[in-house]
Design a binder for this molecule. Structure first.
Ligand code: AMP
Length: 308
């Protein structure tokens, strides 16, 4: 089992979907990643920042899930990062209505000493220079660095994003972001171009259409579980990444074959995340629920065919 460092936002989100809307609730990339990774009973630590307005109960929620929160700085006189999103009818596309960086604007991450030798680092969605500074603090080179990012950082910090992409092993982005990053419509060509930027592994998330894993000529595709109800897709990408990173840290095997299983775990956990608003479903998720859904996943994707 490897230790896992998680970097990302711990945030307030306000969400509007065709099924309802919320005021400021718990959100943030590191929150969703941490909750997903906690399913694997590994040692993980979140590195982030919040303001004095952030409720202690939200921090307790993470530490009760065994996520070390000593790397979450509290800026008493500051305000927590706030994001507001509006989903369209198909739930696959969303508009960002508000991004208030607040305490994130001056954030200098500090990796807890006990986690500086972690084998696995999950760089969740944040300013690319903040992601880079976490890598610089590691006492020895991590064996696996996974990065997630979004169009926001491509729009406002593209050069810095390229700097950090050069240093990582796996990138997880959605199809739209892969197209924006490379200027290519074909995801196969986009993955090839991203390989040239540095990462050996490229994971392209396609929402309800599953995820693709590329390692040069090796390609793997996993569908998403067809769900009766999708309530709020917020955090699905981060939950996927948290499941992917958590499984790899737990099994200590960073091969392409094992990454296929990590993708299945990531997709399975993401399928729970979207069933309720915000973090609600992930907060109460039991390992029996996960196992049951993994069985459904296997049944859904397995078939016998005679090949000549
Ligand atoms: P996802 O739905 O997985 O793409 O991630 C949603 C989460 O990302 C929300 O909980 C937001 O708080 C967080 N988020 C939104 N915009 C940003 C941003 N520019 N940087 C970091 N985190 C963000």
């Amino acid at each position: 089992m490897s230790k896992l460092v998680i970097v990302g936002t711990v945030a307030f989100d306000a969400i509007e979907t065709p099924f309802g809307k919320t005021d400021k609730i718990l959100g943030g990339a590191a929150t969703f990643i941490g909750l997903a990774a906690s399913q694997f009973n590994i040692n993980s630590a979140a590195v982030s920042v919040v303001g004095g307005d952030f409720p202690q109960e939200y921090l307790d929620l993470l530490s009760n899930k065994n996520v070390d929160i000593s790397g979450i700085e509290i800026v008493k006189e500051g305000k927590t990062f706030f994001w507001k999103g509006l989903y369209h009818n198909d739930m696959n596309s969303r508009d960002t209505l508000v991004t208030e960086l607040n305490v994130l604007a001056d954030f200098q991450p500090v990796v807890p000493d006990a986690y500086k030798d972690s084998k696995v680092v999950m760089l969740g969605n944040l300013h690319p220079l903040t992601q880079l500074s976490v890598l610089e603090q590691m006492s020895k080179k991590p064996e696996l660095v996974i990065l997630d990012t979004m169009n926001f950082w491509m729009d406002c910090a593209l050069d810095d994003l390229h700097k950090v992409i050069k240093e990582i092993d796996v990138i997880t982005i959605n199809d739209e972001e892969a197209r924006q990053l490379t200027g290519e419509y074909s995801l196969v060509v986009a993955a090839r171009k991203i390989h040239e930027m540095g990462p050996k592994y490229v994971v392209i998330k396609k929402g309800e259409h599953g995820a693709l894993l590329f390692n040069h000529d090796n390609v793997f595709y996993a569908p998403a579980l067809p769900l009766e109800e999708v309530f709020d897709p917020t955090g699905a990408g981060d939950t996927f990444a948290g499941g992917f990173a958590g499984y790899l840290a737990k099994t200590d095997d960073f091969s392409f074959e094992n990454m296929k299983k990590a993708i299945i775990y990531g997709s399975t956990l993401a399928s729970f995340c979207v069933e309720k608003f915000g973090t609600e479903r992930m907060e109460n998720l039991k390992s029996q629920d996960v196992q049951k859904r993994l069985h459904q996943f296997k049944a859904l994707t397995q078939f016998e065919i005679e090949l000549t």
